[in-house]
Design a protein around this ligand. Structure first.
Ligand code: DX5
Ligand code: ZN
Length: 233
């Protein structure tokens, strides 16, 4: 059972960036506990969970039972990325299931501010994601309520896509607009060729799927990516 609070998890993530977060989309779900133990042994400091509803994005993955199962399996911080419509209907359910950071998409709601406040009131870190076409200016009013801002470097829905450099400009812009304690995250197409630029653009949390799970040695891939992430800072 989790003994560390979400705030403690957030502070740990913030303490020593950059942090490579494996995204559980391309992992071997048929051997989930073994996958998690391999990632723990590789020294990962959190997990990124890609929740998709087949409506907000053209793909479906998993939901509440997967989050609560992972909460039982590991004490690692759970960074839950809600790629769903009507996220406001599910915030308490996902925090109760074990989400430490809970990210909604700006494109899924008219005004993210009440939802971000609710996530915080539930005790989790409030995250706001913007897709490549969505501007930083459009979420300016919500930034003070964000514990995390996720600049997507792909259109959400699938792993293995090509990195969109627009995320780098947004990370740079966001760094000057948010307080130091706000975590900046990038997600999609982050690999050995793109991760150094993400780190130097200000990303502290770097979500990686295929560049880990398509490699034979997760620990080696994660060590290499972590080293590259901090190489231009
Ligand atoms: C895409 C997800 C990403 C994706 C990352 O909708 O949000 O987390 O799984 O996978 P790669 O690193 O392969 O792009
Ligand atoms: Zn994601």
């Amino acid at each position: 059972m989790q003994t560390i609070t979400s705030t403690q998890h957030r502070n740990a993530l913030r303490a020593a960036p950059p942090v490579v977060l494996p995204s559980l989309l391309l992992c071997d779900f048929g051997n989930l506990e073994r996958e998690i133990r391999q990632l723990e042994a590789a020294g990962v400091r959190g997990l990124h969970l890609d929740v998709m509803d087949g409506h907000f994005v053209p793909n479906m993955t998993y939901g509440l039972t997967m989050v609560s199962t992972l909460r039982e399996i590991t004490d690692l911080p759970l960074d839950v990325h809600l790629m769903i419509s009507n996220p406001g209907d599910y915030l308490k359910k996902y925090v109760d299931a074990g989400a430490d950071l809970l990210t909604i998409h700006a494109e899924a709601v008219d005004d993210p501010r009440p939802l971000l406040e609710e996530i915080r009131s539930l005790g989790a870190g409030s995250g706001l994601a913007i897709n490549p076409p969505t501007s930083v200016a459009s979420i300016e009013a919500a930034l003070p309520l964000c514990d995390l801002v996720l600049a997507m470097s792909v259109m959400p829905g699938f792993g293995g896509q090509a990195f969109d450099e627009v995320a780098l400009e947004k990370l740079d812009d966001l760094r000057s607009r948010v307080p130091a304690e706000t975590l900046l995250e990038v997600d999609g197409g982050v690999n050995s060729k793109t991760i150094a630029a993400c780190g130097s653009a200000g990303a502290q949390l770097l979500v990686v799927g295929s560049a880990i799970f398509r490699e034979p040695d997760y620990a080696q891939a994660i060590a290499n990516l972590t080293q590259l992430a901090g190489s231009e800072n």
